[in-house]
Every structure is written in structure tokens, then in C-alpha cells.
Ligand binder design. Structure first.
Ligand code: FAD
Length: 413
């Protein structure tokens, strides 16, 4: 079967893998000069810079299916978070994993005893709920869900808001409570990790599993009409089946205007002589006045992120930025206020503005019947936007689209 896949992100690589497993030799058309899509690591001035701070949650069922964690040499974050206020920082053990360890002293800063009991209850409930059940539950905003659950404003503002804003890439916790429950469950049942040589290794690993797939890089697709693919260079390709993993509204006329704009994030990197954290922890900045949402010393997690021995600090900004020109200086001032280390010691390395970071999905799902992947007899859809913005969802969607292609060739549906 002559199958083309548009896009070599995680969903495209998984679709190719599944097609190969059923004896096909797919061709991937990728617009950029590399595989991995939104998962990428750049080598820059001796530092490994992930394009946007992101983590692999080891409990993701699809990641367990497709990745070999030992081969990726995963490095793990310490469960929990460091809450940083100017002149006052403290570590909380992971409430999603071991709520009983939320000792009262720390808890009095983050929340109340009643919050502790509720976290324990939520933890237990979610450990008993399957992922499918979570995504079939009613969808309200995460903020409404937390309030309905009875959590205090204190714990919402000090922990849930900064932690989940950094994951959802929005600051109001408007994201569906299904996604909140899913992520909470995943943090509770596994670890947050990165491959020792950067997130991009996930894409390289998936690419190296492909033995019968041709990957054409620097090959942007302009449009798709039935079985006809038109490349930006004017070349026309006739395909039997096409799996579109990029945003389909950009290449298929009939879907134009059907997608909301994606969520964006700024990711700034700085080097410093040494880390000011004691453990590889994600640090959260709850104070609304600060632009910084979270900061992480990537070199505390894996020393390979820096070849010079200097510490590499990743800073994420999810709030709107009024003046991009002064962003670096503002962040340095904030870093000084948060760490007590003079701004001049933070050497700026690079800033990424990631415009299309996460899709806005109204009806978040964990799964979809493979028939849903089919747009018409020739075109099938994949991509995280079909389910929810995560590596797990991208993998599921790629697998389902491949299944749909294979079945439709045997037995048209
Ligand atoms: C900053 C950031 C933080 C994140 N944090 C996390 C996290 O902590 N945990 C988590 O699980 N997930 C996280 N994610 C989400 C995760 O990275 C994505 O869900 C996943 O990578 C999406 O894969 P995909 O294959 O669906 O899409 P993409 O990776 O976007 O792949 C689409 C591919 O299509 C190509 N393409 C686009 N247009 C064309 C065209 N016209 N012709 C040919 N090719 C084209 C693109 O170049 C790209 O390679 C994060 C993402 C970002 C950006």
C-alpha cells in the first residue's frame, strides 16, 4: 500500500512504526530539517536546550508501550516542588504521590489540614479510576473542579495554579478537569523524567526504530485534496492513503477555520556557576506579580545538559509578555529577587518563543475509535489535538490512525 504520513512528530513516527509492523513501507513528508516536531533539543554553546521545558511522565501507558526507558537513560525529577517566594522558599513533597508526607509545618504554608485530607482522598480516587473513566467523567474547568472538591484558595494559589499553569500553559486553570485528573494520576503513578541527553532523544529513539520508512525532510506539504498531495515546491504526489499529523486545517481546505489558536510559552535559558537548588526539583513561583511560572536547573537532573560543568537554568513564562525586548532583563531581576543572587551572574543563553506549543482541545479524550481517524477514503488524521496535548495522546493518535489505514485497506469502512 502506498501510504504517506505528513509530519515526523511523535504521532507520525508512531504511525510509521505501526504501518511497518503490518508490512508497509510508509513515506514521511516533514517540513522541517529534523524529526520530533514539538519535541526537540538543540546543542547550543555546549548546552543541551530543550525547545520548551517538557517532561516525560513515565506512567504514560503509550510511552511504556513504545519507549525503552533504559535505552533512553531517563533521569528523574525529585517528586514534589520547590515553592519560591522572594526571601522565603520551601520544598513540598509530592502531594500527588505521597500525600501523607505533606507534613503540617509545610502544609501550613501551602494549605490547610482539610486540603491534606482532600488530596489524600483525590489520590485514592484517581488511583482507582482508569484513564478511560477519567476522560469519560464530566468536564469542567480545573479551577471549578478544585473549588467543587473543596480545596482552599491557599492551596489552589500556592500549589495547583503555578504547577498546572506550567503544564497546561494557561494561567486561569481553564483546562478541562479531565486533563487535570489524568496528569495528577500520571504524576502519582510514575515519575517526571527527561532522557539524559535531552527530550529530543525520544524522537531519535522512535526514528531509529523505523527500518522500512523513508523520511523526506525539508518537504513542506502545501495542500491535500483526496489522494493528491501538493508539495510547496509544486510537486504533486498521488497516494493511496495519507495520514495527516500536522494541523489539518492548514493543508485541507474543508477544515479551514475549525481550530482554535494554540497555547504559547516563553522558555529562557541561563547559565550560572552553580545551581541554587538542593535537589532536581521543579520550582514554582506562585506570586502573581512575577512573570516566571517555573524554573528548573536541567543540570541538576542530568549533567549532560552542560558540557562545561556550569549550571543550566530553564525558566518558563506562561503569562502574556508586553515587551519582549526587555524580557531577559526583567527575568534576571526576578531571578535575583527569588534567589538572592545578583542578576549579573545569570548569563542569558537563549530564549525560545513557542507559539504553537499546546492545542486547545474542548472535548478532551484519552482514546478514540479508530474510525474517527478517517476523514475520507484517502485521508486519515492523527496528532495530539485530537485527544489532549500530551506525548501520550500524540502516540495514541498515531497508533489509531495507522490501525484505521490498515483496516480500511483490508475492509473499507
Ligand atoms: C513547550 C512544550 C511543553 C510541553 N510539555 C509537555 C509535557 O511536559 N508532557 C507531555 O506529555 N507533553 C508536553 N508537550 C506536548 C507534546 O510535546 C506534544 O503533545 C507532542 O509532541 C505532539 O506531537 P504531534 O506528533 O501530535 O505533533 P507535532 O510534534 O507538532 O508534529 C507535527 C509535525 O508536522 C510537521 N509539519 C507541520 N506542517 C507541515 C506541513 N505543511 N508539511 C509537512 N510537515 C509539516 C511539523 O514540522 C512537525 O514535525 C509540550 C509541548 C511543548 C511545545
Amino acid at each position: 500500500m502506498n501510504v504517506y504520513i505528513i509530519g515526523a512528530g511523535v504521532s507520525g513516527l508512531i504511525a510509521a512504526f505501526e504501518l511497518e509492523r503490518s508490512g508497509n513501507t510508509p513515506i514521511i513528508l516533514e517540513s522541517s530539517d529534523r524529526v520530533g516536531g514539538r519535541i526537540a533539543t538543540d546543542l547550543h554553546e555546549g548546552f543541551l536546550l530543550d525547545r520548551g521545558f517538557q517532561v516525560l511522565l513515565t506512567a504514560y501507558p503509550e510511552a511504556r508501550r513504545y519507549l525503552d526507558y533504559d535505552a533512553l537513560n531517563l533521569k528523574f525529577f525529585t517528586p514534589g516542588a520547590r515553592i519560591i517566594h522572594p526571601g522565603n522558599s520551601y520544598t513540598i513533597s509530592d502531594p500527588m504521590r505521597n500525600p501523607s508526607q505533606l507534613i503540617s509545618m509545610i502544609l501550613s504554608k501551602v494549605g490547610s489540614l482539610s486540603d491534606k485530607l482532600k488530596i489524600r482522598k483525590l489520590n485514592l480516587e484517581l488511583s482507582r479510576k482508569s484513564i478511560d473513566e477519567i476522560f469519560e467523567s464530566p468536564s469542567l474547568t480545573t479551577l471549578a473542579y478544585l473549588k467543587e472538591y473543596g480545596f482552599s484558595s491557599k492551596i489552589i494559589n500556592n500549589f495547583f495554579k503555578p504547577f498546572f499553569s506550567g503544564i497546561f500553559l494557561e494561567n486561569e486553570l481553564n483546562t478541562s478537569s479531565r486533563m487535570f485528573q489524568f496528569v495528577f494520576k500520571m504524576f502519582g503513578e510514575g515519575h517526571a523524567a527527561v532522557p539524559e541527553k535531552g527530550m529530543g532523544e525520544i524522537a531519535n529513539y522512535l526514528k531509529n526504530k523505523l527500518t522500512h520508512t523513508e523520511i523526506r525532510l525539508n518537504t513542506p506539504v502545501l495542500s491535500i485534496e483526496g489522494p493528491k498531495i501538493t508539495l510547496q515546491n509544486g510537486e504533486i504526489i498521488e497516494a493511496e492513503k495519507i495520514i495527516v499529523t500536522c494541523r489539518p486545517d492548514l493543508v485541507i481546505d474543508q477544515l479551514k477555520g475549525e481550530f482554535k489558536p494554540s497555547r504559547s510559552v516563553y522558555n529562557l535559558y541561563f547559565s550560572l556557576e552553580r545551581s541554587f537548588m538542593i535537589q532536581p526539583l521543579i520550582a514554582l513561583v506562585p506570586d502573581e506579580k512575577f512573570l516566571i511560572n517555573n524554573l528548573v536547573f536541567m543540570t541538576d537532573v542530568s549533567k549532560y545538559y552542560s558540557s562545561s560543568g556550569k549550571a543550566l537554568l530553564s525558566v518558563s513564562v506562561t503569562k502574556p509578555v508586553k515587551n519582549e525586548g526587555s524580557l531577559v532583563d526583567l527575568i534576571k531581576i526576578e531571578l535575583e529577587a527569588l534567589s538572592g543572587i545578583s542578576a549579573e551572574f545569570f548569563k542569558h543563553i537563549k530564549t525560545y518563543k513557542i507559539k504553537e506549543a499546546l492545542p486547545q482541545v474542548d472535548d478532551m479524550k484519552a482514546n478514540l475509535p479508530f474510525t474517527n481517524s478517517k476523514l475520507n477514503d484517502h485521508v486519515f488524521l492523527a496528532g495530539d489535538y485530537m485527544l489532549n496535548g500530551s506525548i501520550n495522546a500524540a502516540m495514541t493518535s498515531g497508533r489509531k490512525a495507522a490501525e484505521a489505514v490498515i483496516l480500511s485497506a483490508q475492509n473499507p469502512f
